[in-house]
Design a protein around this ligand. Structure first.
Ligand code: MN
Length: 231
């Protein structure tokens, strides 16, 4: 299986969405993956097709998750959710975990993983940050440091226990779901990577390696390791 099939929930159809989508598919292709974009279809048939057809899944960035899904009501600063994406991606992620598929969860994807395990989110961190964590203009640059647990998968893949990363988020994982642990954090203590206890392969990062991979080879390693785990 030289080109494993990686399932990626579709981000959207506008030109801007397609640009964002391309940012994920390009480093996956560079790592020699075949990509299956997945439409938000929650039917049992679509779910079982996705699980049987794809050897791994990448959960991409996107809008804020509906607070109701982690037991809260929307607070000021919380963005407009996309309930269709939430319902589809949460269901798919749960089935993928059950099937022990390799996972790569990025940005919103990492937050979704936390919600899938019963964790919660801080709905807006903009008033409680030392670094600008929502910095779209500098999305290809490393803008804040993080510390990684040297025993984590993400640290092994990056080959370091301290790196600097870009930052495109205004929410953060708060209570961590049972069965997950914090593999990296920002200087303020916001989780920047999560991992699942006793799981074959899961990278979940709060930063956006897809915008760095072209210019920062170490970030491409995350995509390579994920695709290798799918092979
Ligand atoms: Mn950050």
């Amino acid at each position: 299986m030289l080109y494993p099939t990686v399932g990626v929930p579709i981000i959207g159809k506008s030109l801007f969405h397609r640009y964002l989508q391309y940012k994920y598919t390009r480093p996956l292709q560079r790592a020699r993956a075949s990509i299956q974009l997945l439409m938000p279809d929650t039917s049992a048939q679509a779910m079982s097709d996705a699980i049987s057809h794809c050897t791994g899944f990448l959960f991409p960035g996107g809008p804020d998750i509906r607070p109701e899904l982690y037991g809260q009501t929307p607070q000021p600063g919380c963005g407009k959710p996309e309930p269709m994406r939430d319902a589809f991606e949460l269901q798919l992620l749960r089935l993928a975990i059950e099937a022990r598929k390799p996972l790569f969860c990025i940005g919103r994807g990492m937050q979704l993983l936390n919600v899938a395990f019963g964790g919660t989110l801080i709905q807006d961190i903009r008033l409680k940050q030392e670094y600008p964590h929502m910095d779209f203009a500098n999305r290809s640059s490393a803008t804040h440091p993080i510390e990684l647990d040297p025993d984590s998968l993400v640290s092994h893949v990056l080959g370091s226990d301290a790196v600097t990363v870009n930052s495109l988020h205004h929410q953060a994982a708060d209570t961590i779901g049972e069965g997950l642990w914090i593999a990296a954090d920002s200087p303020e203590g916001y989780p920047e990577a999560l991992e699942i206890d006793d799981y074959p392969f899961c990278l979940a990062v709060q930063w956006h390696p897809e915008h760095m991979a072209a210019g920062t080879p170490v970030q491409q390693k995350l995509f390579q390791a994920f695709v290798d785990a799918c092979r």
